[in-house]
Design a protein around this ligand. Sequence first.
Ligand code: CP
Ligand code: NVA
Length: 308
Amino acid sequence: MTSAAGASRFLEVDDIDPSQLTMLLERAASWKAHPSEVPDLLAGHGVALVFEKPSARTRTSTEMAVFTLGGHPIYIRGEEVGFGEREPVEDVARTLASYCALIAARVFDHATLESMSGAVTVPVVNLLSDRAHPCQALADLLTLREVLGGIEGRRLAYVGDGNNVAASLAFGAALSGLELVVTSPPGFELDDDVVERARNLGGTVELVSDPYEAVRGADALYTDVWTSMGQESETEARRVAFAGYRVDAGLLAAAGQDAVVLHCLPAHRGEEITAQVLDGPRSVVWQQAENRMHAVRSLIALLLEGGA
Ligand code: CP
Ligand code: NVA
């Protein structure tokens, strides 16, 4: 196993380039179809997985990705290591890197990941921060590739909060030629710097305030929770602000005739999406959830081979 010392990290999707993304998705699809071809790249090695927030999909998919690459996943609760409290973030990172081939973490503050990756030479992977959820975006692109038969030139409408999930989608879209339109209530739009960075990568990112206008002609709709982890005190205010931004049968009918529906999950039926849509025939959320494992496994392989 080789790793590009100090050069590899995956804190946001644009830490890889378009050709690496294409290769990553192709290999994810290939290993999904032919699991016996997955190499034991991590044989004899550990991977540290630190979680400051809860997780169902991310933890389990990453553990299984490490396991099927022949490695040993080590789950560590954020409270155990106490980033910045029990000891400095950098000291935790250096310690974990001395035992493990890769560190992955779900954190409140994106700066924690920056500090970790600055302190070690093993790859650091973002398993969700306040700013980005890049492993989710990889699985989303893999899912769109499968259900739409390709990504380039397809149109995805993201309905809801311009949050971490939306930001990573913007970068993933920019690198893959997916057209992205984001519709959010006033005050909850995608950050200007995210839009600018994605456009500088050649991405087509449109911001449209009217959700019905936004979804017109879309091949896929995507939504996420109105209140992300860490924003619980804003729940009531957000319910009011986002009330017109629910993915329901009416909004789906306004999209392309065959449009599919994605959601990173967990979903709140009756808030950002109705049960009828989430559990309906055009929802691909379970395929999307399964693809978390295939996508992160391919990412880990890319990073360990020094390809990012
Ligand atoms: N989509 C996602 O990241 O799910 P978890 O929070 O359950 O990991
Ligand atoms: N935006 C959500 C995604 C959960 C997978 C959050 O950060 O809580």
